[in-house]
Write a new protein. Structure first.
Length: 74
């Protein structure tokens, strides 16, 4: 079984994944739904989502994301 489905903790915050999991829009981390919510609030989220969509449209189903940089004021 793929690690994404078997791991128990969020790659980003270490929280429990029993409430749900999703792949980050920025990289290949398996994250909890709270970390996903926080992602959607980032100023660069739309750019990350558009890059992911474009990669899929071009046949890249293993897109690694645009990368996740921590904002300087966080």
């Amino acid at each position: 079984m793929d690690k994404f489905f078997s791991q128990r903790t969020c790659d980003r915050c270490g929280g429990d994944l029993s409430g749900g999991r999703i792949m980050s829009m920025y990289n290949t981390e398996c994250i909890c739904l709270e970390c996903k919510r926080k992602e959607t609030e980032r100023a660069d989220y739309k750019a990350a989502a558009e890059a992911d969509k474009k990669a899929i449209e071009n046949g890249d189903f293993n897109y690694k994301g645009i990368g996740l940089e921590t904002p300087k004021n966080s």
